[in-house]
Design a protein around this ligand. Structure first.
Ligand code: MLT
Length: 407
C-alpha cells in the first residue's frame, strides 16, 4: 500500500499566498465590477531592465545558431555569471567569496526550502516569528517538528520579532543548531546592523551552529552603514550560507534566477562527530537534482552587473521605495504605526485589530489586497504587510481608497 509522508499532514491547510489568492478570487467572483489593487504578494510589476532584455535577446540568437548553440550547462551555473557575482556583490564590498562558492539556481524560495535536506532530522532549528513561511513549512515536511498547537509547531525554537526588540530577534535561550535569518526582513521590512549580526555570527561559531541568511531584498538597502552580506561580518565564512535572488533586484520573478553562496569553509558534523564540508554536500545535491538555469536567463542576470544594468536596477528599486514612502506617509497619517519600507519594499503596519479582520476590511471596503501578518506567525497577529510592488498610480489610488474606507 502506498503511504504518504505523514509529516505533510501537520502542515496548515494551504500555503499562505495561495490562501490569500483564493479569498481574493472569491471576492472578485462576488464583485466582478470592482477593481482590485494588489499590494499583497511581493511580486514585481515593472518590466525587466533593458540591459537584461538585450542580453537575453542576444543569447536567444546564439541558441539559434549551430556554432553558438549550448546544451546542458554546468549545474552550478556558468563562470561568466558566478565571476560577476563574486566580484560585484562580495569582493567589491570586502567580502571574501569566490566564484566557485556560488551556485546559480532558479529561485531563493527553492534554495531556502531545499537546503535543510543537508541536515539531520533531529537538529534543533531556530526560526523567527513572523517569518517567510517556506523556512518553517519545509522543516515540517522533513519531520523536524511535532504537531501544530496554539499557532506554533512543537519542536521549533521560535525567535520572537516584536516592536519591543525592534523586530530583530534576541539569541535563543536554549541551544540551537540551525538558524534562519532574513534581512532586510520579509515580512517586517526591518534591517539588522553590523553589530547585531556579529552577535549571531559569534553565537554560531561558539555553538557550532549554522546561519541560513536570506538576503533576497538586499537591493533595497539605502543606509550604507548596514551590512549587505553576512560575509561582511568577520568570522561568517565558516558559519553561514547566504541566499540571493534576481527576483526583487532586477524584476526576475517570472524569469527565475537566484544564487546561493556556500563557502568551502562551512562545516557540519556527522553522527560520529566527524566534520564534512557543506560546499561538497550542496554541490552533490545540486548536481543530482538540478540541471542548471537556462543560458539566456544567466546572460540576462549577468547584464545586471553591467554599468547600464546597475543603473537600471537601481532605478527599479528606487521606484518601489518611492511607493513605500507614500504608503508609510499615508498609513501613518491614518494613525497606524509602520516599520520597514525604508530599506525594504515591505511596510509592516500595526493594524489596531486582528490581522485577518483588517485584511478583510481593506479587501471589502477598499478593494485593496495586503497580507495578514498572522499568516507569517503568531507574532504577526495584529499586523498587516503592505507591499510596495505595484505602479505608483495604483499605490496612490490604494491609499486614497483606504483613507476613504478608514479615515
Ligand atoms: C512574498 O510576498 O513574501 C514573496 O513574494 C515571497 C517570495 O518571494 O516567494
Amino acid at each position: 500500500m502506498i503511504r504518504i509522508n505523514s509529516h505533510y499532514t501537520k502542515l496548515q491547510a494551504s500555503y499562505l499566498f495561495s490562501d490569500i489568492a483564493k479569498r481574493v478570487a472569491a471576492f472578485q467572483n462576488a464583485h466582478p465590477d470592482k477593481e482590485i489593487i494588489r499590494l499583497g504578494i511581493g511580486d514585481v510589476t515593472m518590466p525587466l531592465p533593458d540591459a537584461c532584455i538585450q542580453a537575453m535577446h542576444q543569447a536567444v540568437d546564439e541558441m539559434a545558431d549551430p556554432e553558438t548553440f549550448r546544451g546542458y550547462g554546468p549545474e552550478q551555473g556558468y563562470d561568466f555569471l558566478r565571476e560577476a557575482i563574486a566580484r560585484e556583490d562580495f569582493q567589491a564590498r570586502g567580502a571574501d567569496i569566490n566564484a566557485h562558492e556560488i551556485f546559480i539556481s532558479d529561485g531563493a524560495k527553492c534554495d531556502t526550502g531545499n537546503i535543510q535536506e543537508l541536515f539531520a532530522r533531529d537538529i534543533t532549528v531556530a526560526i523567527p516569528d513572523p517569518v517567510y513561511p517556506v523556512y518553517l513549512d519545509t522543516n515540517v515536511m522533513a519531520g523536524r517538528t511535532g504537531a501544530f498547537k496554539n499557532g506554533r509547531y512543537e519542536g521549533i525554537v521560535y525567535l520572537d520579532c516584536t516592536a519591543e526588540n525592534g523586530f530583530v530577534p534576541a539569541l535563543p535561550e536554549t541551544p540551537v543548531d540551525l538558524i534562519y535569518l532574513c534581512f532586510p526582513n520579509n515580512p517586517t521590512g526591518t534591517t539588522i546592523t553590523r553589530n547585531e549580526l556579529q552577535v549571531w555570527v559569534d553565537y554560531a561559531r561558539e555553538n557550532k551552529a549554522l546561519i541560513l541568511y536570506d538576503a533576497a531584498y538586499v537591493a533595497f538597502i539605502r543606509d550604507d552603514s548596514l551590512p549587505q552580506s553576512i560575509y561582511e561580518i568577520p568570522g561568517a565564512r565558516d558559519v553561514a550560507i547566504e541566499f540571493r535572488s534576481f527576483s526583487k533586484t532586477a524584476g526576475f520573478t517570472g524569469t527565475r534566477c537566484a544564487y546561493t553562496v556556500v563557502p568551502t569553509t562551512c562545516r557540519a558534523f556527522d553522527d560520529k562527530g566527524q566534520e564534512h564540508d557543506l560546499h561538497s554536500l550542496w554541490n552533490r545535491r545540486h548536481c543530482t537534482k538540478f540541471n542548471g538555469v537556462s543560458y539566456p536567463i544567466q546572460r540576462a542576470a549577468e547584464a545586471v552587473y553591467s554599468e547600464e544594468g546597475k543603473k537600471q536596477c537601481r532605478a527599479l528599486s528606487d521606484y518601489y521605495l518611492h511607493n513605500a514612502a507614500l504608503v508609510i506617509e499615508k498609513m501613518t497619517a491614518l494613525g497606524f504605526a509602520c516599520v520597514g519600507g525604508k530599506n525594504s519594499p515591505y511596510i509592516w503596519v500595526s493594524g489596531n485589530r486582528g490581522s485577518w479582520e483588517l485584511f478583510d476590511l481593506l479587501l471589502n471596503e477598499a478593494g485593496v489586497v495586503c497580507t495578514p501578518g498572522a499568516g507569517f506567525g503568531r507574532c504577526g497577529e495584529g499586523y498587516i504587510r503592505i507591499s510596495a510592488f505595484n505602479s505608483y498610480e495604483n499605490v496612490a489610488k490604494a491609499m486614497q481608497r483606504i483613507e476613504k474606507a478608514l479615515g
